[in-house]
Design a binder for this molecule. Structure first.
Ligand SMILES: Cc1ncc(COP(=O)(O)O)c(C=O)c1O
Length: 376
């Protein structure tokens, strides 16, 4: 049997990883500035992570959501304290798409409406409503296209107001900093206006922090810099440092009832332990502060490279924009210099999404390689 061939793969087989490095089956070491798509937050195979997951799997790896699971309570408490999102409630699931799917579903239940507003270049995942709210017609099947979604340019407040004024919108979903789309972020004025308009027209504001959350930008959530209070916050990627876990934080004015949302695997014992370790290590190793410091260092170094048109993003969710397509450069970085980076919808943008444990010496390795490639 063959694998269903949906992924264009690099011919590299990884067998081991430690902190910011991964190793392939031929013993080649790669610097990981991609974090497996912004997933590795506290570093590959962090000793605390390995220890606690091992211990938990030896005790109780899984049971369904039909029994008490104190690890879920612990995670909810710690998460709320750490994120400063006091009073929010937590629903746990398994991925980013699932988090957004549940967020949109909840918004529809809560408002008894069904239209969604999303933004150009948005990416929210590949499930039913999440993919319909994603700005990529190639991945929206006819079955998804039946969802009512209006796409508006990021920052176009007039169009948002016009769309919301019909009072048929259940949710506005937005990545505070776009990931796959290419690291665009709007202004505080825009996010605040969005919040106010959602309130006025009884629509829920969903902040998709699947990629930007869990400390990646140097703030726990990227939206916190703009001083807004979303109704629902979706999370995944860095939340489990590679263990599949996602979730939504839900404002207390949205009421729960039995059966409203549910999942078999979501919030299982291993997932909770993975996420608890991530929060502990983020705190104990001051990784959000590290994200800020390394980010400044990266931006300073980028300024010295004349071909870099712009540095985009914040913290360790960064992009380097050139005025040429980066596909070849990215390939050379991997195969000649053994450095993983990411790409984006914008073909001229290299994305940098390393573990939050990264140090200045690793950034130097990247810029040395980049300089060599650009001088050719
Ligand atoms: C902002 C954002 N939302 C949602 C998703 C979907 O997450 P997942 O692939 O875990 O379903 C992604 C994945 O890249 C993302 O970047």
């Amino acid at each position: 049997m063959n694998l269903f061939n949906v992924y264009p793969l690099f011919d590299i087989t990884l067998v081991e990883a430690k902190d910011v490095f991964v190793h392939d089956k031929n013993g080649i070491e790669y610097l990981d500035l991609y974090g497996g798509h912004a997933v590795i937050s506290i570093g590959h195979s962090h000793p605390e992570y390995v220890k606690h997951i091992n211990e938990q799997v030896g005790k109780l790896g899984f049971y369904s959501n039909s029994i008490q699971n104190p690890l879920q309570q612990q995670l909810a408490k710690k998460l709320v304290r750490f994120s400063n999102c006091w009073d929010y409630n937590l629903f746990l699931c398994n991925s980013g798409a699932e988090a957004n799917e549940n967020a949109l579903k909840l918004a529809s239940f809560h408002t008894n409406k069904k239209k969604v507003i999303s933004f150009t270049n948005a990416f929210h995942g590949r499930t039913s409503a999440a993919v319909a709210a994603t700005d990529n017609t190639k991945i929206i099947a006819p079955i998804n296209a039946q969802q009512e979604v209006e796409f508006i340019e990021l920052g176009d407040m007039d169009s948002v107001e016009k769309a919301l004024s019909k009072n048929d919108v259940c949710a506005v979903i937005i990545e505070c900093i776009q990931g796959v789309g290419g690291l665009d972020e709007s202004t505080t004025e825009f996010y605040k206006a969005l919040e106010a308009l959602c309130k006025k027209h009884d629509a829920l504001l969903i902040m998709d922090e699947v990629q930007s959350g869990f400390g990646r930008t140097g703030d726990f959530f990227a939206f916190q810099r703009h001083g807004v209070t979303p109704d629902i916050i979706s999370m995944a990627k860095g939340m489990g440092n590679g263990f599949p876990v996602g979730g939504i934080l839900i404002h207390p004015r949205i009421e729960a009832s039995f059966g409203l949302l549910g999942t078999t695997f979501g919030g299982n014992h291993l997932a909770c332990v993975a996420s608890l370790v991530v929060l502990n290590v983020l705190k104990n190793e001051d990784l959000m502060q590290n994200a800020k410091e390394i980010s400044s260092y990266f931006s300073e170094k980028a300024k010295t490279i004349s071909q870099v048109k712009r540095v985009k993003g914040r913290g360790l969710m960064l992009g380097l924009e050139f005025n040429f397509p980066i596909a070849e450069l990215r390939k050379n970085l991997i195969f000649k210099h053994h450095i993983f980076t990411g790409n984006a919808k914008n073909p001229n943008l290299i994305r940098i999404l390393p573990p939050l444990t990264i140090q200045k010496k690793h950034i130097d390795l990247f810029f040395d390689a980049l300089t060599k490639e650009l001088l050719k």
